[in-house]
Every structure is written in C-alpha cells, then in structure tokens.
Design a protein around this ligand. Structure first.
Ligand code: VGL
Ligand code: ZN
Length: 240
C-alpha cells in the first residue's frame, strides 16, 4: 500500500476490524446492526491488500454479568437502548468517579455463538484478535481503553486481553484504518483512541454501519473534532 501524498514521513498502516460478530449482525444477532453483514466483502477486500503490516480484529467479549446488560438491572430503569445506569471507574484510585452507561440487550457473551466472528470474514488473514469488555463492572467500546479512558495495564488487563497500542507501536505503525461495527459506538471510540494513542486514524465510511443510523452525522463531527479522518473506500490512501 502506498500513500499518494507527499512530505508526511513514513507510512506504516494497520487495519483494525471492529466487532464483526454474530450478535451485531442480522438475522439473529441480539444487538443486530442493520445491514451489518453486508460489510464483509469490503472488509475482505481490505484484508487482502498487501500493505498492512498487521490486521487486527476486535471482539466484544462480555461476561454474563456485564454491567451494560439491561437484564442485569432491576426495573424500571432497565430498558435496553433507553435506560442508563451510573457506572463507577474501576481504577482503585478513581473509585469516586462515575458516569452514565447506556443499557443493551445481552450480547457477545464470551464463548457464546453470538460472540463469534461472522464466518463471511476471512479470519485466516487476521493476525490478532483483541477481546474487550471482559471486566463485568465497566464498559469498553474502544479497543484501546475502557469507558473511563483507563490505560494502566493493572486496570485494563481485566477488560482486554492485549494492549493494542503497544502491539501497534512495536510494529512501527503510523496509520490506523478502522472499519466494522458499530459506527456510532465501538468503531467511533476505537478510531478516536487510535488518534489519542499517537497514530493517524482513518475511518472508512463504507466500512461501517450504525446501531442508530441517524447518529452517523453527529458521530462524524465528533470524529473530525477528535482528529480522525473519515474517508471513502475508493480514496487513494486505501488503494493498493
Ligand atoms: C457495541 C454496543 C454495545 C459496538 C458494543 O460494538 O459498537 N455497541 N457493545
Ligand atoms: Zn458490548
């Protein structure tokens, strides 16, 4: 892969495919994103491009008692998609900090069929699977950090199986390309945190779909303000 610009220094790209899992896809996913499965051909095309120094897939990977599952909370404030509960920072020195957490249907329970990658994705080309959201008491949309932005491995090692920023740094990655599900949650947060971690961050618009499609305009603005470039699949930078 080649960058068609000039004077930007080294270009060492990585691909991050976010949460292309059964529970996020029709027809049977418990948190299905409309047309989520239709992203597979474009993602496989990206996977087949030779330029990426690493190809990483993330998986939402929750314990059954995860704080984001509506059914783990008492009524009346336990309506999936609608209710929010107060979530505490799991960092020992930040326990007084809390923030509202949206509730979801049970999804992507570790080891369950819903947590599996969809078989349409060419998993043989994926170098590393990042499993996130493993800590029962905290949400983790981004593959880089939990909902409180915790980066200390002493805290995050309970939420995620690998420190993705270190993996990318060791490979000399300069640029991260992000696709997958869902554009308004895990894809957005992962792309923003990639930029925060010091990588140029590119989100390929045709490579994502939103839980709530009406959210995409607002999400794109948040991404832009946060330093992420939302680009198209046929832009020169993603062409071989
Ligand atoms: C996601 C909601 C809850 C996502 C994960 O992958 O975008 N959304 N958990
Ligand atoms: Zn989740």
């Amino acid at each position: 892969m080649e960058f068609k610009g000039s004077d930007r220094g080294p270009f060492v790209p990585a691909l991050i495919i976010v949460d292309m899992q059964e529970d996020f896809c029709p027809p049977n996913g418990s948190l299905a994103v409309q047309d989520g499965r239709t992203l597979a051909p474009l993602i496989n095309d990206l996977l087949s491009q030779p330029g990426f120094v690493t190809r990483i897939a993330t998986q939402d990977y929750h314990p059954a008692d995860h704080i984001s599952f509506a059914s783990n909370h008492p009524p009346p404030n336990n309506r999936p998609f609608e209710s929010f509960i107060e979530m505490k920072n799991p960092a020992p020195d930040r326990k007084t900090e809390s923030k509202p957490q949206q509730l979801w249907p049970v999804h992507c329970v570790a080891g369950s069929p819903g947590a599996e990658m969809i078989p349409e994705i060419d998993a043989g080309r994926i170098d590393l699977f990042v499993q996130k959201g493993k800590h029962s008491q905290v949400e983790m949309y981004s593959a880089f950090a939990d909902a409180f932005g915790n980066l200390d491995p002493a805290v995050t090692s309970q939420s995620v199986n690998v420190d993705i920023a270190s993996v990318l740094e060791k490979k000399g990655v300069t640029d991260v390309f992000v696709v997958g599900l869902a554009g308004d949650y895990c894809v957005k947060c992962t792309a923003i945190d990639a930029f925060k971690a010091g990588f140029r961050s590119w989100l390929i618009e045709e490579g994502t779909k939103c839980v709530m499609p009406d959210n995409w305009g607002k999400a794109k603005e948040e991404l832009r303000v946060a330093g992420v470039s939302v680009i198209h699949a046929d832009d020169p930078i993603v062409k071989k």
